[in-house]
Design a protein around this ligand. Structure first.
Ligand code: NDP
Length: 286
């Protein structure tokens, strides 16, 4: 089985980002990461995103608010970030605390700065196959892994485990756009392992440590693991039991070292595109 490394895909995306950023006549794309509170998951994602933006030559600032900030106050502060012409892209770390209305933020965020595809405008574009919208970075990262490794999607049977708005659903649209035949599984799917075995491309995005094993993988399948979990020993692991699929899969992404690194690279690409769009360039994501 071949291990599909995220770092190699990320390096390819870096070249695209540098080309895009180089055409911006001295403007350096700037990302604002909006974080409320100190959730360890958020801090870890933020660290990875900051590191990646800097490594790609882009600027990044963290906008941090207290966990108990009132909804109205947060909306006001968010509006300032949204209106700031120095900021080209905004990443909101979610879930936000209960008192904050996430839907309002999704509707408020300027679609041209919405580099992680949470605005209804971008979601509608992704679902209608319009390439001028920003897709959620993780969903797009899966497609980037396949493309960078010259894996044909057209005509392939793709099975996704998970139907969230962040990964499963937008990914189904992106894979369909690439002419794959897509099945989406969830907790009510009957015969999950049998359905997964039909996938020539199998994407695990359920958030359940090591739930996908050799029973779920058809001979020669390509397995993309989106999951980020902690196993019984406190170690980072994916949704796929990587060791158990070695004899069945032809290729698979590891965790860590797989899709996660590509997600932040896609974020950087979206940021460079957003900065280009602001300068009157063509608005094309993907
Ligand atoms: P959600 O919890 O929002 O969604 C999980 C989905 O998986 C749901 O649709 C759920 O079904 C389905 N599911 C859960 N358990 C099972 C099961 N036993 N059998 C079949 N389907 C199941 O998670 P997210 O989509 O936000 O994230 C998924 C994973 O991806 C997580 O591990 C997360 O940490 C990771 N992630 C990784 C990122 C990266 O950059 N690599 C970025 C974002 C997320 P139902 O709808 O029926 O409840």
């Amino acid at each position: 089985m071949i291990t599909l490394k995220g770092s190699e895909v990320s390096a390819k995306i870096k070249e695209q980002v540098q080309e895009l950023a180089g055409s911006l006549e001295g403007t350096i794309p700037r990302l604002a990461i909006v974080r409320v509170g100190e959730r360890p998951d958020d801090l870890s994602y933020e660290r990875g995103a900051v590191k990646k933006m800097r490594a790609f030559g882009l600027e990044v600032q963290s906008c941090v608010f207290p966990q108990d900030i009132a909804n109205e106050e947060f909306k006001e502060r968010f509006r300032e970030i949204n209106d700031d012409p120095q900021i080209h892209g905004i990443l909101v770390l979610r879930p936000l605390p209960r008192q904050i209305c996430e839907k309002t933020i999704e509707e408020m965020i300027c679609p041209d700065k919405d580099v992680d595809g949470i605005s209804p405008v971008n979601i509608a574009k992704v679902f209608s196959g319009d390439p001028s919208g920003f897709a959620p970075c993780t969903a797009e990262a899966v497609v980037e892994v396949l493309k960078a490794n010259d894996i044909e999607m057209a005509g392939k049977r793709a099975v996704i485990v998970g139907r969230s708005m962040v990964v499963g659903k937008p990914l189904a649209m992106l894979l369909m756009k690439e002419n794959a035949t897509v099945t989406v599984c969830h907790t009510r799917t009957k015969d999950l392992s049998g359905t997964c075995r039909e996938g020539e491309i199998l994407v695990a995005a359920a958030g359940r440590a090591k739930m996908i094993n050799s029973d779920h993988v058809g001979p020669g399948a390509i397995v993309i693991d989106v999951g980020i979990n902690v196993d019984e020993n406190g170690k980072l692991c994916g949704d796929v039991d990587f060791d158990s699929i070695q004899e069945k899969a032809s290729m698979a992404t590891p965790v860590p070292g797989g899709v996660g690194a590509v997600t932040t690279a896609v974020l950087a690409k979206h940021l460079a595109q957003a900065a280009g769009y602001k300068q009157g360039g063509e608005h094309v994501s993907g």
